[in-house]
Ligand binder design. Structure first.
Ligand code: MOS
Length: 768
């Protein structure tokens, strides 16, 4: 009989540990950093889209009050490009030539005593250009395709043949548009040199990449660069690459021998921190009359900058989405004179799933089969490529439980068949999946003589809540009350962590935190192994329960000792352990997993025995369409999510809500518009419209499924699951409501009103 008094916090809905700091305005974002002697940099950006810089007239700016330096390509030293990271190459370093490759390219920088002086002086700089004709369309004969080494074409079976002989075919083209990450926190960099050592406060999702990039740029030792970002202020992927302005802030500080702050303006955010590049996607599906998929072809073309390389995952999810014997995918990027694209929530998957899940919906109408039934019929019960069983897969539960919660059975299958007052009502749904992704991650954990625990890793928290869930996880693994646990991140001096991105951080960091905490408990167990003064002398990990800041013999509650008492007796201030997470499918160094204060043996199925599954979701959407105005309102969303083990249902639910909001924006509102010379017309949040509170109504999130078997933690990534498939679910609902199939995002009013199909055009109650 054993007694534990520690209540496990993992799995319970908890408020954010940093919530109070944020609400009080006490959280320090990079933009808030103030240093003695701080100077300010302001950027001058190209007003042309392609060409060469002719002359930069900087005299007036140099004479302007407070100006310390004007920097442009002619007085900039050679700066090396940052190293390639596991998520791809960095953009080219700034100010290295007179070439202008896109509108909004940084062409000069003013450093001054105040931000106002810097901006005023920047406005005095006159730049002349030799203009070239920009490349702005996929069919421009001057452009060149880039075939991507990271996303190879896939072929399984013989898709063209299977298509030719299929009972039913759907063959359509879908387009998605340029979208811009629009975090409320403007990206900022504060750089300060001390000799050859550089400290940078930077809005980034990846401190170690910023460290390595700046070290390369300035030819210094990465160990001499420290990147700090305890709070990010939103990023959604915009902070995954090391952008030219980051290097420019460090350059400005080097030139002026002053700490320098550089804050992008809202307009500059649209051209300086990447965007979701537009796509054209051809989707072809073949199926038997009874709804068995026989072929999938997915060909995508997307834009990329004139001198850039970017991982592109548009077709990546398609081969293993359904149990289909014949699949072919191809993804091509076409160089364009556009601001350098980057990553935006579920990069590639959000776009690819729009095409695939729209096409599946079209197939359901062509076959006269309910869209859920069609998906269930083609569910991949095993990994389609390898034939291996999944490490976990609750997609069927997502369909079933989501449909129940949504009330799908009330749906009349015919398009234009449901109304609410004058509004056309549509129900649509889509499948979503993410690949399993867990990059390597290190963490370090200490228990101190005062009984507190301090765990840290050089990761970031862009908002989803690593601060909170890692604090919870450490508290449970160590048996230290959560109030006595501190979790630190956002510092490249901490152990190396991957980016917060690709929905991979909870798994990566969580497994590192879990392993390091188990290792730390093990170190205490070892310390008391022959300690005659300890009531837990000779204990073993298998036989203990951690609780109340110490270790208890599970079967003998009277035998208990706190970590603090052990440290004190041994004359130690703290015990500290560093560890690295084991890759999925490999047994971690800990070999025991912490659950409910106990430690139980753990065996992972090897990667050769199971296919490591990512997260799954089914999204259900009700839209109301005004037949007179063509406006689409997402009245409610139900998302059923298989996220494996959910560490904190509250923050997890918030992540899904955020993804749904971005999905609504992607589906209905967001579009970066350029004029025919390639200049951006949408450079504020008045013109680039994101989903606001009024656009996001009822949202219901349910979590289904079991802990994944491939890692000790059992989590799956969820950060990008909600936007994946969301645009398709909305488009499918719009079709169901109106009979208008919009295959081009965003689903704007004119596209909804543009229905001229006599088979589905309304004859009554509206112009639609
Ligand atoms: Mo997300 S685009 O991986 O931050």
């Amino acid at each position: 009989m054993s007694i534990t008094t520690t209540i496990g916090v993992v799995g319970t809905p908890r408020d954010r540990v940093d919530g109070r700091l944020k609400v009080m305005g006490a959280a320090t974002y990079p933009i808030d950093v103030n240093l003695p002697g701080l100077a300010y940099a302001a950027l001058v950006q190209s007003t042309v889209t392609s060409g060469r810089i002719g002359h930069i007239a900087a005299d007036a700016a140099e004479r302007a009050p407070g100006v310390l330096a004007v920097i442009a390509h002619l007085n900039t030293p050679s700066l090396a490009r940052g190293p390639i990271t596991p998520i791809g190459p960095q953009p080219l370093p700034p100010f290295q030539s007179d070439a202008v490759l896109h509108y909004g390219q940084h062409v000069a920088m003013v450093v001054a005593e105040t931000m106002e002086q810097a901006m005023a002086a920047a406005a005095l700089i006159e730049v002349t250009y030799q203009r070239d004709t920009p490349v702005l369309s996929f069919d421009d004969p001057r452009t060149s395709p880039v075939f991507h080494p990271w996303t190879p074409d896939t072929v399984r079976g013989d898709a063209p043949r299977a298509l030719a002989t299929a009972d039913v075919q759907v063959r359509e083209t879908y387009t998605t548009t340029n979208n811009a990450n629009s975090p409320i926190g403007l990206f900022a960099t504060v750089a300060a040199w001390d000799g050859d050592a550089l400290t940078v406060h930077d809005t980034t999702q990846y401190p170690h990449a910023v460290r390595d990039s700046l070290a390369a740029a300035f030819g210094i030792d990465p160990a001499g660069v420290r990147v700090l970002v305890p709070f990010v202020g939103g990023a959604f992927g915009a902070g995954l690459r090391v952008w030219p302005h980051v290097t420019l802030a460090a350059l400005a500080a080097r030139v002026t021998k002053r700490p320098v702050k550089l804050v992008l303006t809202r307009a500059q955010m649209f051209t300086s921190v990447g965007h979701r590049p537009n796509t054209i996607q051809q989707l072809a599906l073949g199926a038997s009359r009874d709804g068995q998929l026989t072929a999938i072809e997915h060909v995508s073309t997307s834009s990329i900058g004139m001198a850039d390389e970017l991982i592109n995952l548009i077709t990546h999810g398609t081969p293993n989405a359904y149990a289909c014997p014949n699949v072919a995918t191809r993804a091509t990027q076409i160089r364009q004179s556009i601001p350098i694209p980057g990553f935006m929530r579920a990069p590639g998957e959000a776009e690819g799933s729009f095409a695939l899940e729209s096409a599946i919906d079209e197939l359901s109408y062509a076959l006269g089969i309910d869209p859920i039934e069609l998906r269930v019929k083609n569910h991949a019960h095993v990994h389609p490529e390898s034939g291996l069983p999944w490490s976990s897969n609750a997609l069927l539960d997502c369909y079933r439980l989501g449909a129940d919660r949504f009330g799908w059975s009330a749906r009349n299958p015919g398009p234009r068949s449901m109304r609410n007052g004058r509004h056309l009502v549509g129900y649509g749904m889509a499948r979503a999946a993410l690949i399993a992704y867990q990059p390597p991650c290190k963490a370090i954990a200490s228990i101190r003589r005062d009984g507190t625990a301090f765990v840290r890793s050089g990761a970031t928290d862009i908002g989803p809540g690593p601060y909170t869930v890692m604090t919870m996880l450490a508290a449970d693994c160590l048996g230290v009350p959560i109030e006595r646990v501190q979790f630190g991140l956002g510092d490249s001096a901490m152990p190396k962590a991957p980016q917060e991105g690709g929905s991979g951080l909870t798994g990566a960091l969580g497994n590192a935190v879990h392993d390091v905490c188990v290792a730390l408990v093990r170190a205490f167990v070892k310390l008391v192994s022959d300690d005659g003064a300890s009531p837990i002398k000779g204990c073993r990990l298998e036989g203990i329960t951690v609780r109340d800041g110490g270790i208890q013999i599970t079967d003998d509650p009277a035998r208990f000792e706190t970590y603090a008492a052990i440290l004190t007796r041994h004359g130690l201030d703290e015990m500290t352990i560093e560890a690295e997470s084991a890759p999925p499918g490999e047994t971690p160094a800990a070999t025991m997993i912490a659950r409910g204060g106990r430690f139980v043996p753990f065996t992972v199925p090897s990667t050769g025995a199971r296919a490591h599954a990512g997260g799954y979701a089914a999204h259900f959407v009700e839209v109301h369409v005004d037949p007179y105005l063509g406006t689409v309102r997402v009245a409610r969303v139900v998302s059923a999510v298989d996220g494996g083990r959910i560490l904190n249902p509250k923050t997890a639910r918030s992540q899904i809500i955020g993804g749904i909001a971005m999905g609504i924006g992607m589906a209905l509102l967001e579009e970066t518009v350029s004029d025919r010379t390639g200049r951006l017309a949408t450079t504020s949040l008045a013109e680039y419209v994101v989903a606001a509170n009024a656009d996001v109504r009822e949202v219901d999130v349910l979590f289904v499924g079991q802990p994944d078997s491939m890692t000790p933690l059992g989590t799956k990534g969820i950060g990008e699951l909600a936007i994946t498939g969301m645009a398709a679910a909305i488009a499918n609902a719009v079709y169901h409501a109106t009979g208008t199939r919009v295959r081009s995002l965003p689903i704007s009013i004119e596209k909804v009103l543009g229905n001229d199909d006599p088979r589905t055009k309304g004859s009554e109650g509206g112009i639609l």
